[in-house]
Write a protein that binds this ligand. Structure first.
Ligand SMILES: Nc1ncnc2c1ncn2[C@@H]1O[C@H](COP(=O)(O)OP(=O)(O)OP(=O)(O)O)[C@@H](O)[C@H]1O
Ligand SMILES: [Mg+2]
Length: 263
């Protein structure tokens, strides 16, 4: 069995990629009875930090897994407080990944190859948290994934990157050979009801017909606080408005991914 591979991608910073990746991964782990692997590939290490993992102390991280043949998945995976949810943590060393891998044959497909270990280990879902940039790391993510979820902040400038993201996915699909790849869902984030935010929502709906989450992820203090405590929203404030919103988005990710491809 191959695991479902869902990547949260936007080259823009601060669009809630990590917040959504962590909480959606936890939702799959707790509601779907499958083992979930959350793969952090960002130098900031925020996915780990959001789950209370001290990424600064780790000897081996995603960088070692991707670049060394003597570091299999089970040496980098760390458990989390959420049952069924494991983490491949990342930290500053990921910054060296493009340079260290630049001369390697098949360098665009290193993650895809390594994720076969996740299939063999019995993970049912792989969720990938991406860095806020385009480059070899993001190319690896696009080559390894099937479902792309794009979180877009509901601000004027955030619309700028949407055409580039669509083009990157199209290129990965049509020119670089990952024909399974789809933009499954676009999630407007950091939403506060203003005229401008609603104009941005309308534009997103026209750029991505049928692909918008039912509701945007509103600005919500409990979601922010949960991260500062190293907890998912389900652990920190399960009855909050933030938890309800996040659950709806996680359901949308699940349904949109199954609808847009072979699941
Ligand atoms: N619904 C929300 N309400 C309020 N704050 C939020 C919400 N969701 C996320 N945040 C906060 O917004 C900030 C950016 O979120 P996050 O780290 O998930 O974005 P990102 O896209 O992963 O950023 P980067 O591009 O740097 O990796 C964080 O400080 C996070 O706590
Ligand atoms: Mg992030």
């Amino acid at each position: 069995m191959t695991a479902r591979r869902i990547a949260f991608i936007n080259e823009k910073g601060g669009t809630c990629k990590t917040t959504l990746a962590v909480n959606v991964a936890a939702w799959f782990a707790q509601t779907k009875q499958v083992r979930v692997l959350l793969v952090d590939l960002d130098t900031q290490g925020h996915a780990g930090k959001s789950l209370g993992v001290d990424v600064r102390e780790l000897e081996l991280t995603a960088f070692d897994w991707l670049t060394r043949d003597d570091v299999p998945l089970d040496r980098v995976v760390v458990p989390t407080a959420v049952p069924n949810l494991s983490l491949v943590p990342a930290y500053k060393s990921m910054a060296d990944f493009p340079l260290v891998s630049s001369g390697r044959p098949g360098r665009d497909h290193l993650l895809k190859e390594k994720l076969k270990q996740a299939d063999a280990a019995g993970y049912g879902v792989v969720v990938i948290d991406s860095p806020p940039s385009l480059g070899l790391t993001t190319t690896n993510i696009l080559m390894a994934s099937e479902e792309v979820v794009i979180p877009v902040a509901t601000t004027y400038l955030s619309l700028d990157g949407c055409a580039e993201m669509t083009e990157s996915v199209r290129r990965a699909c049509e020119e670089q050979g990952n024909q399974d790849l789809r933009i499954s869902l676009v999630v407007p984030t950091l939403y506060r009801k203003t005229q401008l935010a609603d104009e941005v929502l309308a534009k997103l709906a026209s750029y991505f017909p049928g692909k918008l989450a039912r509701q945007p992820l509103a600005l919500n203090v409990a979601i922010d606080e949960a991260q500062s405590h190293g907890k998912t929203i389900w652990e920190y404030a399960p009855w909050s408005r933030g938890a309800t919103l996040m659950q709806q988005i996680a359901e949308d990710v699940d349904v949109a991914g199954r609808r847009s491809k072979r699941y």
